[in-house]
Design a binder for this molecule. Sequence first.
Ligand SMILES: [Fe+2]
Length: 244
Amino acid sequence: MAVAGLDSVRRSDKARVLRGTASFSRFSCRSRAALVAPLGCLGARHKHALPDLPYDYGALEPHISAEIMQLHHSKHHAAYVNNLNVTEEKYKEALAKGDVTTQVSLQPALRFNGGGHINHTIFWTNLSPNGGGEPKGELMEAIKRDFGSFANFKEKLTAVSVGVQGSGWGWLGYNKEQGRLQIAACANQDPLQGTTGLIPLLGIDVWEHAYYLQYKNVRPDYLKAIWNVINWENVSSRYASCKK
Ligand SMILES: [Fe+2]
């Protein structure tokens, strides 16, 4: 395993992350009212922890360099985790005081750092040194049904991801109400499910910190390379889970 967590790690959470099934239900709600209720239970909560990567920092080379992976995981993701914990502590204090003004003022930080933690935790499991190629089984059938072909899907997700203005993410998500796959773009660290209702299957981080050291400003080259390390087993597993 590449790196130990920064905080004391809840072993059950860590195990779920390594299986790619981490649950972040507290962030899945879309309304403010729904957001506040779970946070009201913070008295008994554990701190969030940086999950270990399920592979070494250099394992995705030559497609993503070890230097990028190390900084991305141990600095960027770690910062989201630390700032999320700080924000939740402040939120807990504001709730205890009945200070609604402070609660409201903390929500952008919660969205940004909570989203950063959710998104990166999914992202690491979406990648694998044994990835690439094409998905199989039900996921492939659904891709063909909803996008016409795998090539068409790949082209569309690439285009949406390349086209994100500034920092953000390209996503393949599942629309549970309509029973179909959808492609979406999210700005900054907006979490897919919390802001669109789509269940995340595959996320592509297009923040410059994800590629600049290797690909400079040429985001399309990074997008071209990342398909070589997509963990289709993980994406398929997520698809199977959200259909249940
Ligand atoms: Fe990132």
